[in-house]
Design a protein around this ligand. Sequence first.
Ligand code: ME8
Length: 652
Amino acid sequence: MARKIYFTTPIYYVNAEPHIGHLYTTALADMLKRYHVLAGDDVWFQTGTDEHGEKIVQVAQKQGVTPKQFADGISGKFRDAWDKIDIAYDDFIRTTDARHVKYVQDVLDKVHASGDIYFDEYTGKYCVGCERYLTDTELVDGKCPDHQTAPKEVKEANYFFKMGKYQQQLIAHIEENPHWIRPERFRNEVLSFLKSPLEDLCISRPKTRLEWGIELPFDDKYVTYVWFDALLNYPSGLTETSRGENRFDQYWSGCNHLIAKDILKTHAIYWPTMLMSAGIPLFKQLDVHGYWMVGESKMSKSLGNVIRPLSFDAAFGIENLRYFLFKEMKFGADSSFTYDLFVERYNSDLANGLGNLLARNAGLVAKNFGAIPAHQPLTDAENAVAAKAKEVLDAYRSNFESRQFAKSIEDVCALIGETDKYITLMEPWKMAKDESKKGDLARVLRCGLEVCRVAAVLLSPVMPKKCAEILEYLGEKRPLDGSVALEELAAFGALADGIEIDKPPRFFPRIDEAALSQITEQMMAEADAAAKAAAQREIEPIKEQITIDDFAKVQLKVGRVVEAYPVEKAQKLIRLMVDVGEENPRQIFAGIKSHYPRPEKLIGQNVIVVANLKPREMKFGLSEGMVLAASGDDRLVAATVLGAAEPGDGIS
Ligand code: ME8
């Protein structure tokens, strides 16, 4: 019976564009879906974007757009990237979707009605990067270890979810289900965290501080805390898919979350306790992978080392990257990406490995037979290759099921390596010169091609398009959709006879050093330029809000510049004499020298003066007010008033 499985990725924050880390989890869900479909299972796969919370408000403000406009842009970029690289997701959810908002409010109502939500005053340390309160034990030198920033103290009256109430039930569930959180080290991490009393969870934010969120159904002065909102995407998207179907009963019982270790606590603690309270059955499986580093460093825009899926695809092919990522990362451990390592693995496994085996054998078949020759009785040498292929296939399912797929990829590599040795030993190119050895030649070449076919079936979840091309070339027409058993498809000996074979295309051309350095230099230059542009475009964030009364304290007046000259001994200052309608002009020092190499040009201009600023004694004299200037990037321009205005006119 086909199992029903529901794969989810985290829904990504829309504060950053997709990079190789997001790609990994998303491509992982895609690969696991393809494996399970091949293995005969029925799979649903959902990904999406997480769009509420303080983090998004902050970036949107910097860009000078509304949070929704900002979220629309980045969410679109995620979706576009996944579409362009053929991620086979079944649904894409956004936390701003009406279906999701309704679901969250329904759950909140239910949990509130059951008495698991209460109102209280709270003081805590909030990390905006994590979008959660951190406990003192989580801080390192007073800072969040993940974001290297000091959390801000927040004191507020808020709604709380009785998370602590479910602590024992959660511990019991983890203990009774040893594989519920995989790999084991993360299960142990969660159990050890649960040794201390579990605090209740603050699940609201007052609108006076944050408006961007889902309104609490029982108090319109509050919005829902972003994690309480985001985690519910998993059932909300199934309950109403974007095509309007309800697939909850079909798939929820097979729910398998895929995440990286950064969000273990929210998924292994917040989430199951929320489900317990809401009366929704727990998810079936939580699979946690490690973090991708670039070389020795964390990826960061300012380091210019962020790897973007689409740029990588254009340069080296996304499927080749998938191969690298899935083989290189041992599930649960951190791993490091470098272009050099990628090219080394690609050249040895794909160009020299599978690509070469295929090219060697298919080239000789094309030249000597023009079609795949008929099956010949096997000798011990081919039987040994066949036995190895069977061994690889036998371990394949269990490796994938336990998320040791890297082992299966290595197994396929080893099979290709052994077959290559066998071909070298058999020397078919010599057989080709001897008419009496045509039968032997057919047997040997068939064996080589058979292994290529088996390898392409087994690697099809990893490199779907490339493997489909290889299978088509070898005349394997059976679909990889579970309608033919995996064991039949990947059985050694199933290669068809008589398929016409032309000279093989170069499925995996070698990447040479020169091409590598040219492309990587170009990509790094692009990343650098993007990082610089992003830094330059940085718009000053809006500061704490003030009231109209606060503003009324500032008295602005039109001033006319009557004298202007540089202060010789000061790097930045210009001395201005400004007529603000009083008996005498005021002396004001303005830090705009580098932008006004000829300050006399300012004479006669109407500027805006803060007239009631307390005079300040400076090294060069008394400064009696302040002249306003517009600043941004490298610009600094004195602010003026349009049209006819007279010195001393008030500005309000
Ligand atoms: O945490 N290596 O979103 P997020 C491996 N919105 N995986 C990485 C990675 C890296 N260097 N960087 C990111 C959030 N990821 C929340 C999730 S779910 C209800 C809400 C991947 O945009 C990995 O899957 O910060 C990680 O867990 C996720 O992106 C975090 O994405």
